[in-house]
Design a protein around this ligand. Sequence first.
Ligand code: GLU
Length: 449
Amino acid sequence: MDSILAKIIQRDPEQKEFHQAVQEVMETVRPVLERNPEFRKQAILERIVEPERVIMFRVPWMDDQGQVHVNRGFRVEMNSAIGPYKGGLRFHPSVTLSIIKFLASEQVFKNSLTTLQMGGGKGGADFDPKGRSDAEVMRFCQAFMAELQRHIGPDTDVPAGDIGVGAREIGYLFGMYKKLRNEFTGVLTGKSLAWGGSLIRPEATGYGVVYFAAEMLGTRGETLEGKTCLVSGSGNVAQFTAEKLLELGGKVLTLSDSSGYIFDEEGIDAEKLEHVKDIKNIRRGRIREYCEKYPQAIYVETDPGLDYNPIWTHSADCAMPSATQNEINEKDAQTMINNGVQLVCEGANMPSSPSAVDIFVENHILYGPSKAANAGGVAVSGLEMAQNSMRLKWPREEVDSRLKQIMHCIHTTCVDASAEYGLQGNYAAGANIAGFVNVVNAMLDQGLV
Ligand code: GLU
């Protein structure tokens, strides 16, 4: 296993995030490989870490002043053993092939945990939508889809949103796909309700995170009622995490964006959360604007020189990191433990560094890894695909109850898989083992392809 990892690093030495994701899975599936020596002969590990297909392309587009820009577009089609490639698109200046490969790899195991028929993929571009007009975003999306359209399809590869890609972008992307291919199909998820979207899809990731947190607390006979919670991020995942936490009696103390974070000791209640949605979704503003209306809250600007993330220095019962990868390092994790955090449930993908995860696991706190805890988003994408295939729309209650049921099953699966290998309480190991075994069995059934 070590030599496989060494080879991956040697091949693409700059792909740090991808190595991190691969290493994390490899370490926890070691006992599965020991129990199944035939996996070695089948080179299962080597196959699973190598994307089935990597697409990289030029995205030329024109800004409002007539200046042409060139961005780099990506789609990594990682694994299709259990269904068409499925996973979001990220538009953010930090996007590289390493970031997309790590996300695609996480997506394979996450999608497998949902029990729905979805393989794993991910895509995006190093485009920064911040400060861009609607017209510029539309032209970028159209240029991006002009190339991507030849690689995707409702039974081949079904992209969705991620950081920087929400309802507006999905609309422009869908419009261009439809025009170029002359077909109205469920090729993207996260669509608007009026033209094929599913109820509860916008809420799904955040609601799912909270359902998973409630399941974990349930194993200790506890609930979210009265629990103080640190939530990072202020996008789609953070907003609906906060919304569901409030509904279940939790108290939300923080929210953030890339510029800084707000801390409201009185709690961000439903009315304040509506204001956050207005700032972020309608005005496309910054989280610091919260303090203009609620001056009792404090705003702390991001300081890139710090070796810790100050949002995690506040005392609370629970933390739901919902911003981005590696937002919790070893120091942050130790601070959280010292401050009495008993539960960390991940809304973002891979927000905790490997040493932070070790600290959570060693201290026996309830740690819900992203590939299990945030799988509600892609699960409802799977339900959107099912509804599109039937050309039907399920009511809100039906989608929500299916989401709740799926999160319950993912929780049980993680508990059972960790127990099977004597790793009780280790959700990180449970999620990796269960996700991995499903995909591997499908690959073995389908032969060497
Ligand atoms: N980007 C989301 C994720 O990380 C959703 C993907 C999807 O709905 O396909 O799971």
